[in-house]
Design a protein around this ligand. Sequence first.
Ligand code: AMP
Length: 612
Amino acid sequence: MPESPTEAGPPSVAVLIEALAADAGDRTALMRSDGSSLSRAELARRTRLLAQRLRALAIAPTDRVAVLAPNGIDMALAVLGTMRVAACAPLNPQYGQAELAFYLDDLAARALVVTGDSPALAREIAAQRGLPVIEAGEALCATGDAPLPPTPVSDDIALVLHTSGTTSRPKQVPLSHANLAASMAHIVAALQLGADDCALNAMPLFHIHGLVAGLLAPLAAGGRTVCAPALRLPDFFDWLDACGATWYSAVPTMHQAVLTAADGRRPRRPLRFVRSSSAALAPATLAALEAHFGCPVIEAYGMTEAAHQMASNPLPPAVRKPGSVGLPAGPEIAVIDAAGAPLATGTRGEIAIRGANVMRAYHAHPEANRSAFTAGWFRTGDEGYVDADGYLHITGRLKEMINRGGEKITPREIDEALLAHPDVAQAVAFAVPHPTLGEDVAAAVVPRPGSTIGPEALRAFLFDRLADFKVPSEVLLLAEIPKGPTGKVQRIGLADRLQALRRHDFVAPRDVVEDILVQCWQEVLGGDIGVHDNFFALGGDSLKATRVVARIVSVLPVDLPTALLFRHPTVATLADAVRQTLDPSVIAEIERILDELAPLPAAGDERDARPV
Ligand code: AMP
């Protein structure tokens, strides 16, 4: 294998592996997180052996073979060995029974490849379907050398991955050896990877990011890659040291977790760079990572259908722009309108790509292919623009855009504003259904350890930074934000997953001000209202806010702009704001009058509306 591969990359994974072994067989190819390693020659021998086993089952290059195992060196060998002979479909080892059955059937898999630590469930489900189950990994070495099986050619499918299917049934993305080769070459070029580089790969090996940026590209550069288990903190820092890693690539939630757990720890050998891809990296996180690791952070833009990389920020001395995914780094990129016409620099539109790394079509899905391809361009479904310097900026995922009563809101903007707060470790804004607005905005936030920040302080922080209509009506504080299998936050569906947290225990008004506010709210919204219920979650909107405020000022001697209700959307917080504008003597006077009219029942029991 040449030290600097050509733009075309190797014609197939088998050719890449054999070329590495022939070039310098005793050099390290794969490593474990404890620092132990496997040579290029061993990589070739063990993957060849698995390929041979599969060939013995009459599996052909056009067949699909599922692979299911936890991350690690055996999983890497299973994937690479399978790709030497068939279309490899790596599956998430966390899948339950129904998911496993769905994916094996949907793929029409001919066999299942497992490793010693694969879950028993996968073997059982494969056996129920009469599928041969093949053991891969280091256990295979005992059998001796194997002859070279016939290998797929560059147009054959190497990898079949499913889209995440958050809004529809998952689609199959078939990627050819040529697609993978192009993507490897693009990543090698963008990161200037070489034989001295060592990647620490904690990204799952059933996701395109871990497979291409974490496993194949480092090998294509003649370097080493560490097949780490799923991210485990704080062990991650030991892994970096044990393996002498020069870089790692991860999704932003992993970077945030690394920063939170770092506790002042840095790798003994400084990293050459850190790469982030697969979701938006907030500029605040980028800055914190650069400060922590003392190296450039390279944000790149990738997607399964493009065999991962599409754009990347360049390494120094070229300029990297926080908030941008960088320059085209592989396929051609255009920003197009709904009809497919290219848009001018600076104009927002749908990001479209074409090039050697882009899949030819979704498998057996003519409808999806019709809407995804326009005049040879693949529509990514992402919205963005190219700036005057040619850098691509992603403004959101078209399907994730929140429509709050006609106001279109990009949730990423809210995430970034929240992450700019020093007490926020993770943040994700999402749409929640609303009876009159259609959708409203909520946000889930993981505070930094030891922080005592509350939702209202965070909302106040946002009001200073964002237009009022973009400020989430609700901010939920969580220990952890639910994530998809690859560690990416899945915005779509978050409202359902967090629904239980959005309900608050009923707390009756605790003083006269809360009592009056509850009654004003009830007149407009109806139903029982507790002091911690959120006005907007109860169906409130700006029209109803105006009516509530008009009612409040007709009862209390306060000057209450409607905006105050937006800023304080619970009775408890609005009451605090009202109390600050009222002279205590006025409150005492109101209490006295009300007491004379009807004595207040015991606090905590009161649910009946009393006339104001
Ligand atoms: P996947 O197919 O799982 O790799 O997801 C691809 C999607 O992740 C893209 O279509 C984008 O919506 C998103 N994505 C990937 N990289 C970035 C990035 N750097 N910034 C923002 N979104 C990204």
